[in-house]
Design a protein around this ligand. Sequence first.
Ligand code: XIL
Length: 313
Amino acid sequence: DVPLRDLAAERGVRIGSAATVEELRDGEYAAVSAREFDMLTPGNDMKWDATEPARGVFSFERGDAVVEAARAAGQQVRGHTLVWHSQLPGWLTEGDFSAVELDGIMRHHIAEVAGHYRGEVYAWDVVNEPFNEDGSLRDTLWTRAFGVDYVATALRAAREADPGAKLYVNDYNVEGLNAKSDALYELARDLVAAGVPLDGVGLQGHLIVGAVPGGIRENIERFAALGLDVAITELDIRMGLPVTAEKLATQAEDYRAVVEACLAVSRCVSVTTWGFTDRYSWIPDHFPGEGAALLFDEDLRPKPAYDAVHQAF
Ligand code: XIL
């Protein structure tokens, strides 16, 4: 059968998956990753706690291993993520830093990490998850120090560190039209108007079987109209366990709907799933009782969702 990456290429988009260093040590997994996907996002290995475990001490071994796997498989890399409120090292969250110190810490982190991967990543999720569900700005150490201005600061620092990388703001529950995606839209519009280096918007896509929002295509279109790329960055569509044939069939249609929404808009450049096999997924750990969110089952057999994505391409 034709791999997804070949079909996606014919449609002018990329098909990616998240993967971690540990997962890539599973040879059977690595083979499917290389066969089906032409882009890779490190699931955890470029996050702040992984890359700067002590202040000013940088660690790139894990991230480098993912980049090397991608290179060997002819895959591009989506860097993930430079500025987030989660998976931060203790020295940073417990440091009680002044705004001036935090400004220097953030700039230094971006310069070092994006600088290290300069020329090796296709895109960076520069800022991850800036908003609350109601569209207000999430209360984090970054917003407490700088308000919304940290977003522009981070984007400018990332551009300086790696002028060739596409720079994204990424969030979840912003796939359809709602208060949160409105807030992301307004932020993106303001950044573009101010000449801040923003190239794209990432719609994570952590969705629930049978509850995929409407309006995904319209939402993608409004970001595209700002002159931005759009990427589906972390797609998974979870179900309450146990798995049934009916849920798998609904999941397949849900995946199809998301892929079709992306394909309908030329500025939608890629679809990345957050892992590809139910063997490794963050869902059961983070949403107890739910799972089976990906395209392949635990035995790496393609699910109906895989066939639906295959057909959609
Ligand atoms: C998840 C990882 O997959 C897990 O291994 C980790 O324990 C928590 O983070 N949104 C994001 C991703 O932007 O970085 C998250 O990844 C999933 C939600």
